[in-house]
Design a binder for this molecule. Structure first.
Ligand code: NAP
Length: 223
């Protein structure tokens, strides 16, 4: 599969690229094609160091080119930039493209980490992104509660659950497959996309729990 990562030069993008390059052709996207190529080269070297040979590839290009070629496209960008980036890249995707949103609408205030939709009355990420996706049913929300620090160490064994929300069973299955490929992650389906706010709010919840209780590397696991 061709897996594109919009904003792939960030920490999450690096983690996804390292993990999925074992099986897929990963395309790192950026607003700046040269930055994307540089990051892709760095990630490919790190992946080869960690795994020896990788079955896939890691290449870099501008966000629009990445969107045009992807079978699965991850929107690894900050919440604040959804309108600007999605209006540009999502009209360019293949009709069949599955779009993943790991985007957390979160802000830090005096009291701790807060959920922007509640604090500021704005839409949650899935709602905002779905305005721009060609086929809304192919939008899947996932990966909100796994930190980049854990993903970027490609040999670190994980033991966490990942909440998944989406409307189309086949698209959800594609994302479940990508989650299962990362050893120690388990997909947990929460329901259709309109419930995505429950997955998105889990991140500030986890971060507040971490800080207030001095918990190192917290994650979510349903037992
Ligand atoms: N970090 C975590 O541990 C974590 C965990 C769970 C979920 N998430 C979510 O995953 C997403 C990615 O997280 P991240 O930490 O990798 O984000 P990030 O490093 O802050 O940003 C990712 C990329 O977005 C692009 N970007 C930054 N500002 C932009 C702007 N004004 N307009 C357009 N693109 C811009 C940049 O790529 P270019 O400059 O190369 O274009 C940047 O490398 C976020 O929505 C976050 O909420 C993060």
């Amino acid at each position: 599969m061709k897996v594109g990562i919009i904003g792939g030069t960030g920490g999450m993008g690096k983690g996804f690229a390292l993990r999925w390059s074992q099986n897929h052709d990963v395309m790192v996207g950026s607003r700046d094609a040269a930055r994307a190529s540089g990051a892709a080269e760095e990630y490919a070297n790190l992946a080869k160091e960690a795994f020896g040979e990788i079955k896939g590839t890691i290449t870099g290009s501008d966000n629009v080119s990445v969107a045009e070629q992807s079978d699965v496209l991850v929107l690894s960008i900050p919440y604040e930039n959804i309108d600007a980036v999605c209006s540009e890249v999502l009209p360019k995707t293949k009709d069949s493209c599955v779009v993943i949103s790991p985007i957390v609408p979160m802000t830090k205030t005096d009291v701790g980490f807060e959920f922007i939709p509640i604090k500021e009355g704005k839409p949650f990420s899935y709602q905002l992104v779905s305005k721009y996706v060609k086929d809304k049913s192919k939008l899947v929300s996932a990966f909100h509660v796994i930190s980049e620090k854990k993903l970027v160490n490609p040999t670190l064994e994980l033991d966490y659950d990942i909440f998944v929300c989406g409307d189309d069973k086949e698209s959800v299955e594609v994302v479940n497959g990508l989650i299962n490929e990362i050893k120690g992650l388990r997909p947990i389906y929460l329901g259709p996309g309109e419930l995505s706010y429950m997955a998105e709010i889990a991140t500030p919840l986890l971060l507040n729990a971490m800080i207030q209780n001095k918990i190192k590397n917290p994650g979510i696991k349903i037992i």
